[in-house]
Design a protein around this ligand. Structure first.
Ligand code: GLU
Length: 308
């Protein structure tokens, strides 16, 4: 019997742009351990609003099952939930919290690199356009993205591994120029709609989290708790990629390591005795998790960063 909805839920939310690599699999395993070791539901959500590679979703789900993960209920795809995102955007717009932005990437870069421009944040070029200015841009054939009219520049979140974390909030894109809802909006709407009360994901996403929590607060949605977990990097300290060797489960199989063996290695790299995902449930303790990334080496093993 799956846990009741009232127990809360964790989730893993892969983008079906290719096969999961060992770092993705380790994050999924952690998300599962956080949820299942506390008797909560575990949901899978396919984030397919961006680039989708044919067959990737099916292979990703098969790989997650092969390393011993299970999930509750049907897998949800963002492409099937466009109405929910549109409704959230509508609410923000009615509350005066959005504006159209006609900027090209180049215009944003030029303005943001101006001497006093804030680093990395949208410099607000379209924030106060008049109706006439907007009409003129449309007449030039430009289509707008829709941005949040943020009223704070920072927001604070609490993270299980990183503690209290303050991060930048800017006028994030809510709906892209092509009309597709943006990741930062969709993730907030989905987590709340699905009853996710703890988000476990790679710590490369930590800097986006204050924006998302702020957005949740504007929509009157409960912000989940967060646990941003360390990534697996290549030997040069960069994100894992195909060229780094046997980085997927399929590659590992070809190199002679089955899914059980890979799961045991992922678990060992987190500081737990090697075993299956199920064996680790009773031992799982977030307090002992590494805070630093692991390094994937040619031999298929994962080592703590900083070790020889
Ligand atoms: N779809 C994102 C990814 O695969 C994860 C987003 C999230 O967990 O919030 O990187």
């Amino acid at each position: 019997m799956p846990p009741p909805e009232s127990a809360g839920a964790g989730r893993y939310a892969p983008s079906p742009s290719g096969d999961l690599h060992l770092g993705n699999l380790r994050t999924a395993l952690l998300a599962w351990l956080f949820a299942r070791s506390t008797g909560r539901r575990f949901l899978l959500r396919v984030e397919d609003l961006d680039r989708v590679r044919r067959g990737a979703q099916e292979r990703q789900l098969a790989d997650l099952a092969a390393i011993g993960l299970d999930w509750d209920g049907p897998v949800v795809c963002q492409s099937q939930r466009l109405g929910l995102y549109a409704a959230a955007i509508e609410r923000l717009t009615e509350a005066g919290r959005t504006y159209e932005c006609f900027c090209t990437r180049r215009e944003i870069q030029q303005a943001a690199s101006a001497p006093h421009g804030p680093m990395g944040a949208y410099p607000g070029l379209c924030r106060d356009l008049t109706d006439a200015q907007r009409a003129a841009r449309r007449a030039e054939g430009r289509s707008p993205a829709l941005r949040l009219r943020a009223e704070v520049t920072e927001f604070v979140i609490d993270d299980e591994l990183h503690g209290r974390y303050t991060g930048r909030v800017d006028d994030v894109v809510l709906r892209r120029v092509d009309g597709v809802p943006a990741y930062n909006l969709a993730v907030v709407v989905d987590d709340a709609d699905q009853g996710i009360d703890q988000v476990v994901r790679g710590d490369d996403l930590l800097p986006s989290t204050p924006r998302q929590a702020y957005l949740a607060s504007l929509l009157g949605l409960p912000a989940p708790r967060y646990a941003h977990v360390p990534l697996v990097l290549n030997e040069h300290g960069q994100r894992l990629a195909k060229r780094d060797g046997s980085v997927t489960l399929e590659d590992q199989r070809r190199a002679g390591a089955g899914a059980d063996e890979v799961a045991a290695r992922l678990i060992a790299s987190l500081g737990f005795p090697p075993g299956s995902a199920a064996d680790t449930l009773a031992r799982f303790d977030p307090a002992i998790l590494p805070r630093e990334p692991s390094i994937f080496a040619d031999d298929g093993l994962l080592r703590p960063s900083g070790s020889p």
